[in-house]
Design a protein around this ligand. Structure first.
Ligand code: PGA
Length: 257
């Protein structure tokens, strides 16, 4: 056959607003959860933190409260967690997930998985291996939601993260720490390291949607979608995923053709 590209870029969709994008995303996720429930099966979701998914979580909570969406058959795995903060620190992803989603829905605590950011160095490798094993035992990630950092990271896979990397400890990029400084009340308060699922862990998800809002994300979205596939921009690996999509607002799509 001719005229068929050897490599297709992941689909991207441009929405009028983040609210419109997350309605679509939440509908897709709710369909997965409901169809699995009807079959007596679990839906395995990979979840993200940051400003980007906040509206998505608000929409999931609305679906739970107003449209009877139950999460009792969901198993969740978060992408990442800062290292060295007490679990209930205001900026941990454990706190973020509970405040912005888990405290408001019926997802059983035993089915919630987040990397643990309080372990001594000597226990980290085993913890990361066990995290990978739990994902495998759950049957792999059905649906992974991603944000993107200005370094192009997905999870905390900073530039230089190999395509086949797995859950591990990582040093945060200076730009990533700078972007977190306001929330932490100063750059020196921002942790230097984190645990993150690897690019390989993420890319094994059967469906991936990356969300990005705002003009400040436009340059890195262009690199991720139109630039070379490179470990310098871990989101560029999504170009090679068979079922990944970028959901963008007009600002984030502003540097695309
Ligand atoms: P943000 O962070 O959603 O707060 O922009 C995204 C990311 O760093 O992955």
């Amino acid at each position: 056959m001719w005229g068929v590209p050897l490599m297709t870029s992941p689909a991207f969709r441009v929405f009028d607003s983040p609210a419109a994008a997350v309605r679509e995303l939440a509908f897709e996720v709710s369909q997965l959860i409901r169809s699995r429930a009807a079959a007596g099966r679990q839906a395995v979701l990979g979840l993200a933190t940051g400003n980007t998914p906040l509206l998505f979580y608000r929409e999931l909570i609305r679906l739970h409260r107003e449209e009877g969406l139950s999460f009792t058959n969901v198993t969740s795995f978060n992408l990442d967690e800062y290292l060295g903060l007490p679990r209930d620190h205001a900026e941990t992803y454990w706190t973020f997930m509970h405040r912005n989603l888990l405290d408001h829905i019926d997802l059983p605590a035993a089915q919630v998985n987040l990397p643990c950011g309080t372990l001594p160095d000597g226990e980290i490798n085993a913890h990361c291996a066990a995290y990978e094993e739990r994902i495998r035992q759950a049957g792999g990630l059905d649906f992974q939601v991603l944000g993107i950092g200005r370094t192009g990271h997905i999870g905390f896979n900073e530039p230089g993260s190999p395509k086949d990397s797995r859950t591990r400890r990582i040093q945060l990029d200076a730009m990533t720490r700078q972007d977190a400084a306001a929330a932490f009340g100063g750059l020196e308060q921002v942790p230097t390291h984190a645990l993150t699922m690897g690019c390989g862990t993420i890319l094994e998800a059967r469906r991936i949607v990356l969300l990005a809002w705002g003009e400040h994300k436009a340059p890195i979205i262009r690199e991720a979608l139109r630039g070379p596939v490179t470990d310098q921009v871990s989101a560029s690996f999504l170009q090679e995923h068979p079922n990944a999509a970028f959901y963008l607002d007009r600002g984030a799509a502003g540097a695309l053709d």
